[in-house]
Design a protein around this ligand. Structure first.
Ligand SMILES: Cc1ncc(C[n+]2csc(CCOP(=O)(O)OP(=O)(O)O)c2C)c(N)n1
Ligand SMILES: [Mg+2]
Length: 699
């Protein structure tokens, strides 16, 4: 090294506390990011075909964060984090492939927007699927930290690197309610996570003053135990030192910190929402904080020569041009592949084990579920079970988790705060780090706050990451009406769930199915919602004794998507055209059983057991056999899953039908009323099925 260079290095080291090599790398990447943003703007026709945001103005803090993550870490980024990706080692070419939605886009193969990464690559931190919903990644990111903390506590984590999660957020997104659920859990459980808030004072066209009474740093003060720090996000050395401290703090103390980085927004909000439409004179103020200009000035003042910097700049610019031209000619996606990776393949494809072992004893449905979870926890240390009131003291409001915390400890079976979004959304993070969560929503009526996470984060992850991040998540949901449960403890939600692609939905109607389906749901690498009818849990409701069955053995498992014929009609009745099939699930099975006593040997009952995937083959085969179909559900019929199924049967089996597809469900009202007589009017019953069945049979 020449003498002059050595002097320069010493000087810059002393001044910034940042190695020269890092400073120059950051400068190169800053030139790259800036030139990329300019290139996209100069070639708007091509580059704005698909909407994108750039990091222009945020480069310093993003590079400071990205350059200091280790391969053992996890990063949950947001759509503006282009410079984090460059710092991690992504090539401009690779990012441009996503910009242009090309086949070899390494994140999503052309399925998702620019700056929406998902990456599992040797030598890189893991970056899970990134949704576009502002702030929503805070929960999955905190779930990753929660999973890491769990695995560390159980000594299940390989290596001794102390992984850290980086969760990056825009200032506007921090006011989302779900972010507070994440912060609460991070401090409650002391989780190893850095929340990096990039505060540019804008949320599209709304200013900071319009959106909030405090900034994220001030907000963080309300979360006891959340360390916080301010850095100048437009100043690379300051950002670098701040992020270094923050990461070191989390790596050592295994506790959360929030870094508030003020930075200017110099580009457009997105390619589609352009700065000239809403930015005024304050843009000039932001420009004075241009991280690129500031950093260049600083480097020169620190002894770097104009020549050295211009060489770096020139190389970076040339690379951007080169990569851009290369990306332009890159292949488009194979269109035939558009529907791959809806789900990851499940290992459970056939029924195994003994459904009714000779030595088996009868078990109620709630205990069948309890035993299934018990067996899972016994065999899988990476599995844990959490939800409201499932912990040691109560063991679930239905005692569905009784004794589990005593057996497996409070780290594995625990109460959560009343945070449905966290309960469901955290499983995305847990699954990413290798923990296997079983969670519970206390009542189906309260699933709504969790639906956002289910849709935005869980359901799309496998498809949009092209199979890299399927989410293993078993979500237990007690559901259904009986005995005056009233309007907020009786609701049915399957139709809503069944409009969400990318999740599976099971709905057992008896103890044996409960055990077999719960196991299959756990071993499924995809999100599964298990609907558990509260009225069947103890077989207390008249007519539901059959929900109690011999307990299957420990190996018993039922593949999702297989229905079961629980009652047959005789061949004689089938041949003479005097039979029908009732297609149903859950409590419907018992209304059908009871009602069919009035039509002895004439009624087949097909219990679907899983609603998605559905056993279409079994439905078609039953329709062919009986030529009459009755779809029975507990939900109000209008626009329901049952109506949709009836439509499909009618469309695809039209020629097989001797009558229209018959339907019975609850009345089309917004809630199940409290008074039991009113409830009876609202819900289906065996009597109502008898009447409807009579009409169908005599059609
Ligand atoms: C849940 C949700 N609501 C609305 C939007 C539309 N939207 C996209 S970006 C944005 C502003 C976000 O501001 P901020 O978090 O400060 O990030 P910035 O773009 O300023 O970096 C909005 C409202 C969205 N993506 N997600
Ligand atoms: Mg903002």
């Amino acid at each position: 090294m020449a003498e002059t260079e050595r002097v320069i290095e010493k000087k810059s080291k002393a001044k910034a506390g940042v190695p020269r090599q890092v400073l120059l790398k950051a400068y190169e990447l800053m030139c790259t990011a800036k030139r990329m943003a300019e290139t996209y703007d100069e070639n708007r026709e091509v580059c704005s075909k698909y909407v994108h945001s750039t990091s222009r103005g945020h480069e310093a803090i993003q590079l400071a964060a990205g350059l200091q993550l280790k391969p053992c870490d996890y990063a949950s980024l947001y759509y503006r984090d282009e410079s984090v990706l460059l710092a991690l080692g992504m090539e401009p070419y690779e990012l441009m492939l996503q910009l242009m939605a090309k086949r070899d886009d390494p994140f999503s193969g052309g399925r998702s927007y620019y700056g929406h990464p998902s990456l599992k690559r040797e030598g890189f931190p893991i970056i899970p699927h990134q949704s576009s919903a502002t702030g929503m990644q805070a929960i999955p990111a905190t779930g990753m930290a929660h999973g890491i903390a769990y695995l560390e506590e159980q000594q299940l984590l390989k290596g001794d690197d102390n992984p850290v999660v980086l969760c990056s957020l825009g200032d506007g997104s921090v006011t989302e309610g779900e972010v507070s659920e994440a912060f609460q859990m991070a401090v409650l459980k002391k989780l190893p996570i850095v929340y990096l808030v990039q505060d540019n004072g804008w949320g599209i066209s709304a200013t900071g003053d319009e959106m909030r009474a405090m900034d994220a740093y001030e907000y963080a003060a309300g979360f006891k135990g959340l360390e916080r720090m301010r850095v100048d996000g437009s100043d690379f050395p300051d950002s670098f030192k701040g992020m270094k401290k923050a990461l070191a703090y989390v790596r050592k103390h295994r506790a959360p910190i929030l870094v508030h980085a003020k930075c200017p927004l110099l580009g457009h909000h997105t390619s589609g929402v352009r700065r000239e439409w809403y930015r005024g004179e304050e843009l000039e103020v932001h420009k004075q904080d241009d991280p690129y200009v500031k950093f260049e000035r600083w480097l020169l003042a620190s002894g770097e020569t104009e020549k050295a910097l211009s060489d770096i700049r020139k190389n970076a610019y040339e690379k951007v041009v080169h990569d851009y031209n290369r990306a332009l000619t890159a292949a488009d996606p194979e269109v035939e592949d558009f529907d791959s990776h809806e789900f990851a393949p499940t290992p459970i494809t056939e029924e195994r084990g003994q459904r009714a072992p000779d030595s088996g004893e009868k078990v109620i449905m709630v205990d069948a579920a309890l035993h299934a979870v018990d067996e899972i926890l016994r065999n899988h240390p990476e599995a844990l079970f959490y939800g409201q009131d499932v912990g040691r003291r109560l063991g679930g409001v239905f005692r569905e988790a009784a004794t589990l915390a005593e057996k497996y400890g409070d780290h594995r079976v625990f109460n959560t705060p009343i945070q449905e979004a966290y309960i469901v959304g955290s499983t995305a993070g847990m699954s990413t780090v290798g923990a296997k969560p079983i969670v519970e929503i206390q009542f189906a009526d309260y699933i709504w706050p969790a639906v956002n996470q289910l849709v935005e984060e869980l359901s799309k992850s496998c498809y949009l990451s092209k199979g890299k991040f399927p989410i293993q998540s078993l979500i237990r949901v007690p559901i259904g009406a009986y005995g005056g449960g009233g309007p907020y403890h009786s609701g049915s939600v399957e139709s809503m769930l069944l409009t969400i692609r990318g999740i599976k939905v099971a709905y057992p109607s008896n103890a044996a199915d409960m055990k077999g389906l719960l196991k299959a749901s756990f071993y499924d690498p995809n999100p599964v919602v298990l609907l558990e009818h509260k009225g069947l849990y103890w077989s207390k409701v008249p007519g539901t004794l059959e929900a109690k069955t011999i307990e299957p053995d420990e190996d018993y498992i039922i593949p999702l998507g297989k229905g079961r014929i629980v009652q047959q009609a005789t061949d004689e009745n089938i041949l003479s055209g005097n039979s029908t099939v009732i297609v149903t699930y859950g409590m419907g099975v018992y209304w059908a059983r009871e009602a069919s006593k009035n039509f002895p040997d004439q009624v087949e009952i097909l219990d679907l057991r899983t609603l998605n995937p559905i056993d279409w083959e079994a439905i078609v085969s039953s329709v062919r056999k009986h030529n009459r179909v009755f779809v029975l559900t507990e939900e109000p019929l209008l626009n329901s899953f049952a109506e949709s199924l009836a439509g499909r049967i009618q469309r695809e089996c039209f020629k097989e039908l001797d009558a229209p597809v018959w339907l019975l469900g609850a009345e089309n009202l917004p809630a199940v009323p409290l008074n039991v007589d009113l409830e009876r009017m609202m819900l289906p019953s065996a009597d109502k099925v008898v009447k409807a069945l009579g009409a169908l049979m005599s059609y």
